[in-house]
Design a protein around this ligand. Structure first.
Ligand code: S3P
Length: 434
């Protein structure tokens, strides 16, 4: 059991290279594996989630040659070149890996099984297995609609027109990947914009795709051309430092080469609306993804009513944003975020419990939370094995009156293995107890 112990005070200063983008790293492995020829990748997130994807493709016969830290050469096997794995594929804690692979594996000739850890085995999978069944896939789940997923394989898939019942990039991407193997075209309509890394990466690999407004359409049987790519730093990892530097007096941080895809920048929009001093310098491109150096300085924050259209654009950043809200003046109100209840933990309940332990008035609701800004005390927090809960409460130490102990932090390694080292270098008083 890994524990973080945070001594109060400190500030964040300097330049900090945060880890590679998790969403993009998963997709890079998947699409490079399906390409014809060798793809070179750098900036890959060497975190447990993305390593699970990497192991899954190695287990399906894809040669992945490490060429340095976060760097690899992937020998693509083409759309129909994957081989049957000899054992269940273990996705660990990674929802993205399980849901995207469910779509990809539904189109294969061979059967396969996807398993995960205790948290992933509780998360809803019918949101992908039901539309995949409409495409003709056969997938068995538990009676509760959870993993293990037994994917029969060997079915001829049909394209579908599908309106997503929730704004979810994982469902959209799952169905697009299944659509690569379908006879007719597959068209997905989303109720609100969600991260579009799959669409951008399909383009990067030269796969034809039509994107207009809220719809994306592709046809099966196309070809992927191998390519080289640099994966941006993860804005979801940067988010902890954006909040930490905003709330801690005398902070001044630069986070170089962070992804600023418009479908991911809800956290910047919301922090700026709260009064944060955040600037995007040197905007440029990493392939099809926009990046910038993010500059952040401490600033007084005000509570806000979070516009619901920002929720899908900041969906992973609410643990960090709740800490910002706790340090802001006045009330912050979130609605329209019921999805937070089915992430790696129930992030509404777990964050409300933790904030209350630190002396903050936080009222969880069915689809959000109401937080009154106040003075953070110290105390014992349980992260429930959720990486983002652990990192969010670590930042709270910058403004706490007494030490904060955060239990069950090992899963920080799923998305940001060097979080504690970087946070300490920047000025957080953090100790890790194994
Ligand atoms: C992700 C999509 C989001 C996000 C997750 C990564 C992706 O999930 O929370 O961390 O890479 O597609 P949903 O699609 O369930 O909203």
């Amino acid at each position: 059991m890994t524990t973080f112990i945070i001594q109060p005070g400190g500030c964040l200063r300097g330049s900090l290279q945060v880890a590679g983008d998790k969403s993009i790293s998963h997709r890079a492995i998947m699409l490079a594996a399906l390409a014809e020829g060798c793809s070179e990748i750098d900036g890959f997130l060497e975190g447990a989630d993305c390593l699970a994807t990497r192991h899954a493709f190695a287990a399906m016969g894809v040669e992945i040659e490490p060429t340095g830290y976060g760097q690899m050469r992937i020998h693509g096997v083409g759309l129909h070149g994957l081989k049957a794995p000899s054992a269940p594929l273990d996705m660990g804690n990674a929802g993205t890996a399980m849901r995207l692979l469910a779509g990809l594996l539904a189109g294969q000739r061979f059967p396969s099984t996807l398993i995960g850890d205790a948290s992933l085995s509780r998360r809803p999978m019918r949101r992908v297995t039901e539309p995949l069944a409409l495409m003709g896939a056969q997938i068995d789940t538990t009676a509760a609609g959870t993993a293990p997923l037994h994917i029969h394989g060997g079915q001829a898939l049909r394209g579908i027109d599908y309106i997503l019942p929730v704004a979810s990039a994982q469902i959209k991407s799952c169905l697009l990947l299944a659509g690569l193997y379908a006879q007719e075209s597959t068209c997905i309509t989303e109720p609100a914009p969600t991260r579009d890394h799959t669409e951008l990466m399909l383009q990067a690999f030269g796969y034809p795709l039509e994107h207009s407004g809220s719809q994306v359409r592709l046809s099966g049987g196309g070809r992927f051309t191998a390519t080289s790519m640099s994966i941006p730093a993860d804005i979801s990892s940067a988010a902890f430092f954006l909040v930490g530097a905003s709330i801690a007096a005398d902070s001044k941080l630069v986070l170089p080469a962070v992804g600023i895809n418009p479908t991911r920048i809800g956290v910047i929009n919301l922090l700026q609306q709260m009064g944060a001093d955040i600037q995007l310098d040197n905007p440029r491109w990493a392939g099809y993804e926009p990046i910038a150096d993010i500059r952040v300085r401490s600033a007084p924050l005000q509570g806000i009513v979070i516009p619901e259209d920002q929720v899908p654009l900041a969906i992973d950043e609410f643990p960090a944003l709740f800490i910002a809200a706790a340090c802001a003046e006045g009330e912050t109100r979130l609605t329209g975020a019921a999805e937070l209840r089915v992430k790696e933990s129930d992030r509404i309940q777990v964050m409300a419990d933790g904030l209350r332990r630190l002396g903050i008035v936080a009222e969880p609701t069915a689809d959000g939370m109401v937080i009154q800004g106040g003075a953070l005390q110290g105390g014992d927090i349980d992260s429930y094995g959720d990486h983002r809960i652990a990192m969010a409460f670590a930042m709270a130490g910058l403004r706490a009156a007494r030490p904060i102990t955060i239990r069950d932090c090992a899963n920080v390694a799923t998305s940001f293995p060097d979080f504690a080292v970087l946070a300490q270098q920047a000025g957080l008083f953090i100790k890790v107890q194994a």
